[in-house]
Design a protein around this ligand. Structure first.
Ligand code: SF4
Ligand code: SF4
Length: 80
C-alpha cells in the first residue's frame, strides 16, 4: 500500500529554509522524528471514510474509525 510519508517534508513544523520549528535545525525529506505532525494542507478529505486501511485489516483502531476521524496511519485507498 502506498501512503504519505511521515517525514519532515510533510510535517507542519517545517519552516522556510528547511528549518524544523521544533528542533531549530536544518532538516530534509529523509528525516522524521517523534514530533511529526501532518501538514493541515494535506488533510482535507482525509478521514477514516477515505482511508485505505479501513477495510483491509490494517487499521490500528477498527473500533473507533469513523467519519470525521483520522489517525497518523491514514493511507490513500488503493482503488482511488
Ligand atoms: S524533525 Fe520532526 S518536528 Fe521537525 S520537521 Fe521533521 S518531523 Fe517535523
Ligand atoms: S483510524 Fe486511522 S488507519 Fe483506521 S481508518 Fe481511520 S485513519 Fe485509517
Amino acid at each position: 500500500m502506498i501512503h504519505l510519508a511521515n517525514n519532515c517534508g510533510n510535517c507542519g513544523s517545517l519552516q522556510t529554509n528547511s528549518t524544523c520549528g521544533v528542533h531549530q535545525v536544518q532538516v530534509s525529506q529523509d528525516l522524521t522524528c517523534n514530533q511529526f505532525n501532518m501538514r493541515e494542507s494535506l488533510i482535507p478529505g482525509m478521514d477514516c471514510t477515505s482511508c485505505g486501511r479501513k477495510d483491509d485489516g490494517s487499521c490500528p483502531h477498527p473500533g473507533k474509525a469513523a467519519a470525521g476521524m483520522r489517525c497518523h496511519m491514514w493511507a490513500p485507498n488503493a482503488q482511488a
